[in-house]
Design a protein around this ligand. Sequence first.
Ligand SMILES: Nc1ncnc2c1ncn2[C@@H]1O[C@H](COP(=O)(O)OP(=O)(O)OP(=O)(O)O)[C@@H](O)[C@H]1O
Length: 306
Amino acid sequence: MQPDISVKHLNKIYGDGFQALKDVNLEIYPGEIFALLGPNGAGKTTLISIICGIVNKGDGEVKAAGHDIVKDYRKAREAIGLVPQELNTDSFETVWHAVSFSRGLFGKPPKPAHIEKVLKDLSLWDKRNNRIMSLSGGMKRRVMIAKALSHEPRILFLDEPTAGVDVELRRDMWEMVRKLRETGTTIILTTHYIEEAEEMADRIGVIRQGEIILVEDKDRLMSKLGKKELRLHLQNKLEKIPGELTLEPVELSDDGYQLIYTFDAQQQQAGVARLLRTLGDLGIEYRDLQTRESSLEEIFVGLVHE
Ligand SMILES: Nc1ncnc2c1ncn2[C@@H]1O[C@H](COP(=O)(O)OP(=O)(O)OP(=O)(O)O)[C@@H](O)[C@H]1O
């Protein structure tokens, strides 16, 4: 199968001499949801911007839908929809007009039936005559996606689609992206959130300091890297970790008021239940507990120091 995106030996050095991408090789296939994960400044936006023709590339070859992004710029660009990180939605225009206009920017003739389908797929149909600025944050994000899909691209890039978005809206976005994939669109998203990649991606690429350090099937990657943390806020101070817990992956905070249990995302139930039972047996009381997933940055730190 011909990849929808093919990147070979791509380098990027910015004008100030900073090398943002180093020998990047990547292939993304039709109908995939591919998540590009990496910490701040890793080069995600640079890579996307090059593929989308917004930033000039250095050495190397990049193709979108089989078209070279330099020699065949128009065809390559036409195959791509981009939802940028910065949402530009302070618009007096109506949803319908904004989305139709975006299509026109690609030199495509009007096709109301397509715009209607996109708006319906994104649950924006009822809002088609509303001004964009009057919509909720979530609806505005949908409009950005609708604009990106207006010219019928087969590849959709979402640059940090849920940065700064609340949990409910994030789930909503995930659901919507999955639906889009069902229509056959190839989806590439960048994210800091490992949970987001976990929820949605078929494959994951990890980029760090301009290098793709890993491309892997999601399931395999998550079992390798995924860690969760349970933090117990204790009623009374502990001087040290009780002997019964020394075999567990438990740490005590410096002030003695928190026990921190770190576990593989895969094995949560058994370990947590055992820990809480042991605490009960020891009469150690806690007043609150929190769980959280490690951020990719933390996982990187773990990897780097291994
Ligand atoms: N125009 C530019 N000139 C010089 N350096 C740049 C330019 N644009 C980006 N960089 C640098 O390139 C590196 C990669 O930036 P990029 O925006 O691609 O990272 P990112 O992975 O998308 O990060 P974030 O998650 O913060 O958006 C950063 O160190 C950044 O400072």
